[in-house]
Design a protein around this ligand. Structure first.
Ligand code: NAD
Length: 260
């Protein structure tokens, strides 16, 4: 379905981004991986994806908190692959604290990585998409793009901002075959959430299993985590021809979190 198209997936060395990158590669898209981690493991991921799905892959170590690196990543991908047709703004970090204790540098980092990087990448990618009259922009927001939780002021602010950005981009791209959508996952068991579980278990002197069940029980009627593969399948659908008129909106995959 996506043969000949190229996708950039930011933060795809782990978790949801990796799931989306593999799902798009499974449909024939070339992939530019991005994110941090052990370099040997990243090289293996990039090479294995190319081999498994018969697509071209590459890797950028661009830091999403640095606007010039974000824009250079897009420009280099256009040169290397010939086009950037799908942009998945997924890279993200988390930090929790009460607002009066929230470190200013954590606020700045979350806003830069979880929100501003999507602005810079989108601005750099849309001229080429307009020229080719085809594009898909997928912003990985969160249930926290729609509702709030305590101790997550920066994260909730960034994710609400990302939903707003998605809407503006959709309106500006309306006359082209370019859509912009936000995926809003609830709990997905990735390193980002495993760290929250571990921190809470340590702080409260409880088992990680107990905290896991409590997290799910607090928010999701299904009491089940979503998987990166399920988020990847939704991203594939949003890239399909069937989704051409779906734009400027949010797609929850949250086990009922935002139904309450
Ligand atoms: P993760 O920690 O497994 O992956 C995060 C990815 O972002 C990694 O590849 C990491 O290297 C990369 N990254 C972090 N800082 C970066 C930077 N400065 N520059 C480039 N890459 C950077 O987390 P995840 O759970 O897969 O999260 C992916 C996205 O999904 C995030 O935007 C997160 O907010 C969102 N999300 C996650 C959940 C969840 O339950 N896991 C729920 C809703 C939304």
């Amino acid at each position: 379905m996506l043969k000949g198209k190229t996708a950039i997936v930011t933060g795809s060395t782990s978790g949801i981004g990796e799931g989306i990158a593999k799902a798009l590669a499974g449909q024939g898209a070339n992939i530019l991986f991005n994110g941090f981690g052990d370099r040997a493991a990243i090289d293996t991921l990039v090479a294995d994806t190319a081999q498994q799905f018969g697509v071209k892959t590459d890797y950028s170590d661009a830091d999403m908190s640095k606007p010039e690196q974000v824009r250079a990543m897009v420009a280099n991908a256009e040169k290397h692959f010939g086009s950037v047709d799908i942009l998945v703004n997924n890279a993200g970090i988390q930090f929790t604290a009460k607002i009066e204790e929230f470190p200013a540098e954590k606020w700045d980092a979350i806003l830069a990585i979880n929100l501003s990087s999507a602005f810079h990448a989108t601005a750099a990618a849309v001229p080429g998409m307009k020229q080719r009259n085809w594009g898909r922009i997928i912003n990985v927001a969160s249930a926290h793009g729609l509702v709030a939780s305590v101790q997550k002021s920066a994260y909730v602010t960034a994710k609400h901002g990302l939903v707003g950005l998605t809407k503006v981009v959709a309106l500006e791209m309306g006359e082209h075959e370019i859509t912009a959508n936000a995926i809003c996952p609830g709990w997905v068991l990735t390193p980002l959430v495993e760290k929250q579980i571990k921190d809470r278990a340590t702080k409260e002197g409880r088992s990680e299993e107990a905290v896991k069940n409590e997290l799910l029980g607090e928010k999701q009627s299904t009491a089940r985590f979503s998987t990166p593969e399920q988020i990847g399948a939704l991203a594939v659908f949003l890239c399909s021809d069937a989704a051409i008129n779906i734009t400027g909106t949010t797609h929850s995959i949250d086990g009922g979190w935002t139904a309450a």
